[in-house]
Write a protein that binds this ligand. Structure first.
Ligand SMILES: Nc1nc2c(c(=O)[nH]1)N[C@H]1C(S)=C(S)[C@@H](COP(=O)(O)O)O[C@H]1N2
Ligand SMILES: [Mo]
Length: 321
């Protein structure tokens, strides 16, 4: 295991500049250099501010930088928040950002139940204290063959699990998204069985890489990315990263998962990124990094083999896909 002791180096409130705002500022500076006259400049600035989508008006979040993240170029904030999979808000990539624009995520509670001592219903901001947040830069690989690099803000899931004190027979952790078709209009169509559910083996959930994210790019999660709280498991295909979580359950048996229910021959419970095991309808050997032109090779466990391969050493990865 490479990642054992978590760093505690502090950063200041505004060291993480939201990408979109940074770009706007940069654009403003470029323009002001080329523009003579204060009136024109303030006109441009005003226009930029009113043009920002609600996601860019979201609250900034302070977080300690985690030094083990990838140093690959970040995906543009604009791309990460306008090219999404969130079927509760429509099945297109472009739809969720508009269809989730007025999704109310405050107040928000998460029910924790099952085989653990300290179960109960928690306000999301009691579960995840804002002074404990870390920023971690992870690769994000969708089973469809595209990928991104995202600076997530959140905490290790293991911290919450430890607080809940799971009992000896707890072997899995199950997660559930909000089920409310008035608030999530995509649930009016049966493209999946609702609510969206996901699960991890307890050791996977406890792995130091596994996060509950409440933010990205230094600000609260935009609704289309799973506000207010979503799972991030960087060595697995993106669909394991269940969004807008309302329930977490400790169980002794392997929980059902949405994509496995929908197409069991195509999507398994484990869904570890694996370039050597093809999806029945396409190869997983390569991926398109959003923002790049040429496809790149997909890495075993999405490049996190040193941290996670030991959990699967006795398993046939073609069988347990
Ligand atoms: N509740 C819910 N969670 C979900 C999905 C979804 O449709 N509903 N899509 C998944 C898929 S397929 C991917 S690739 C990621 C996409 O996350 P992103 O839009 O933040 O990139 O969310 C996952 N989590
Ligand atoms: Mo995905």
């Amino acid at each position: 295991m490479l990642i054992k002791n978590l760093p505690t180096s502090h950063i200041n409130e505004n060291e993480v500049t939201p990408e979109r705002i940074f770009k706007s500022r940069r654009r403003f500076l470029n323009m002001s250099a080329a523009t003579i006259g204060g009136a024109a400049i303030s006109g441009i600035a005003g226009g930029l501010l009113t043009a920002l989508p609600s996601s860019a008006r979201a609250k900034a979040m302070a977080a300690r930088k985690w030094p083990h993240g990838t140093d690959e170029a970040l995906t543009q904030f604009e791309d990460a928040t306008s090219y999404n999979n969130f079927y509760e808000f429509g099945t297109s990539k472009e739809g969720p950002r508009f269809n989730a624009e007025n999704f109310v995520t405050s107040p928000w509670t998460v029910e924790i139940l099952g085989q653990a001592k300290n179960t109960g219903t928690f306000d999301v901001w009691d579960l995840i204290k804002k002074d404990q947040l870390q920023e971690r830069i992870y690769r994000h690989r969708c089973v469809e063959g595209w990928s991104m690099v995202i600076p997530w803000v959140g905490i290790q899931l293991a911290e919450i699990i430890k607080r809940m004190e799971p009992e000896a027979n707890a072997k899995y952790v199950a997660f559930q998204t909000l089920h409310d078709s008035e608030r999530m209009p995509g649930q009016k169509r049966s493209v999946l069985q609702w609510p969206y559910v996901e699960g991890l083996r307890l050791d996977e959930a406890m792995n130091p890489l596994t996060m509950l994210a409440v933010g990205m790019y230094g600000q609260e999660l935009p609704s289309q990315n799973g506000a207010p709280i979503r799972l991030v498991v960087p060595w697995k295909y993106g669909f394991k990263g269940i969004k807008s979580i309302v329930k977490i359950e400790f169980s002794s048996t392997q929980p059902p998962t949405s994509w496995n229910i929908s197409a069991p021959n195509e999507y398994g419970f484990y869904s570890n990124v694996n370039p050597n095991v093809s999806h029945p309808r396409w190869s997983q050997a390569k991926e398109r990094r959003i923002g790049e032109f040429l496809r790149r090779k997909t890495l075993m466990f999405n490049g996190y083999a040193d941290e996670v391969a030991n959990m699967y050493s006795d398993m046939d990865l073609e069988k347990f896909f």
